[in-house]
Write a protein that binds this ligand. Structure first.
Ligand code: CP
Ligand code: NVA
Length: 298
């Protein structure tokens, strides 16, 4: 039987994704009730930096009595040109599950195609589905069901934005995306979801009357050389108190982190007493634990 993979939010049935998010909240209340993964091993292959995703996976696996092995490009044969298909064939005969953080999404797909065990997208240039499990959990915990609510994505039409488009479909919310010209999300993905996703250039308009405002860095990992140019292009896209005042009075602000105060978000919004970004970060661990449990238990 082919293993289940989690490369995007659409890889699993919507009801299962919702169940993982519910389970994450249960595990948050009773961490030791997670199904034991004793003697199971998670292979982590990270070609980009990480704090939250890596620690969430490693701690989550440890709490379930399993192990993790962390590999970077530099300390595996991947960095010396071993084909990803071969790496998948070999590693998946040794470990029980794999999470990969990489550049091209096709690399993940290729790994998954040749893997005997489930593969999780720990972030690619195109998607970051693990983050969305935590974001949805955080919204549910603070405001209840997100179905029928309105969400604004402000800034770059990047991997996080693409995962928000998929989340709009799975969790049934309306999504207004504001991006500078030239930084819009994948047009095909937007077109497929045109019943609930709108793309515009006016950030204040996008934030109007929404229940959740979300942003992310202006230059993602791999785009460091564009940082200075991007600072100019995104200058009108900072989430600040003025922008939050356009949203509903009880609107939440989220950011996957790491954040750059004074760029995509003002320090005032980021450090507001009601900010849920720290819950959002903590929920990475509970939701990734729930995901591991789901994929390992079948
Ligand atoms: N949000 C997120 O994925 O954080 P890390 O890059 O620290 O894993
Ligand atoms: N868009 C960011 C998300 C970091 C968690 C990046 O890809 O670098």
């Amino acid at each position: 039987m082919r293993p289940k993979h989690f490369l995007t939010l659409l890889d699993l049935p919507a009801d299962d994704v919702k169940a993982i998010v519910r389970r994450a909240s249960e595990l948050k209340k009773a961490p030791s009730e997670a199904t034991s993964q004793r003697r199971k091993t998670l292979g982590l292959i990270f070609e980009k930096s990480s704090t939250r995703t890596r620690v969430a996976f490693e701690v989550g696996m440890a709490q379930m009595d399993g192990y993790s092995i962390f590999l970077t490009t530099g300390d595996s044969q991947l960095g010396r040109g071993e084909p990803i298909d071969d790496m998948a064939r070999v590693l998946s005969r040794m470990v029980d599950i794999v999470a990969i953080r990489t550049f091209e999404h096709s690399k993940l797909e290729n790994f998954a195609k040749h893997s005997r065990v489930p593969v999780i997208n720990a972030l690619s240039d195109d998607y970051h589905p693990c983050q969305l499990l935590a974001d949805m959990q955080t919204f549910f915990e603070h405001r209840g069901d997100i179905s029928g609510k309105r969400v604004a994505w402000i800034g770059d039409g990047n991997n996080m934005c693409h995962s928000y488009i998929n989340a709009a479909k799975v969790f049934d919310f309306e999504l207004s995306i504001a991006c500078p010209p030239g930084f819009t999300p994948n047009a095909e993905l937007v077109a497929k979801n045109s019943d609930r996703v709108q793309v515009m250039t006016d950030a204040m308009q996008a934030a109007s009357s929404v229940d959740l405002v979300v942003t992310d860095v202006w230059a993602s990992m791999g785009q460091e050389a564009e940082q200075a140019d991007r600072m100019h292009s995104f200058v009108d896209y900072q989430v600040n108190a003025e922008m939050m005042s356009k949203a509903n009075s009880d609107a939440l602000f989220m950011h996957c982190l790491p954040a750059h105060r004074g760029e995509e978000v003002s320090a005032e919004v980021m450090d507001h007493a009601d900010s849920v970004v720290w819950d959002e970060a903590e929920n990475r661990m509970h939701s990734q634990k729930a995901l591991l449990e789901y994929l390992l238990e079948g």
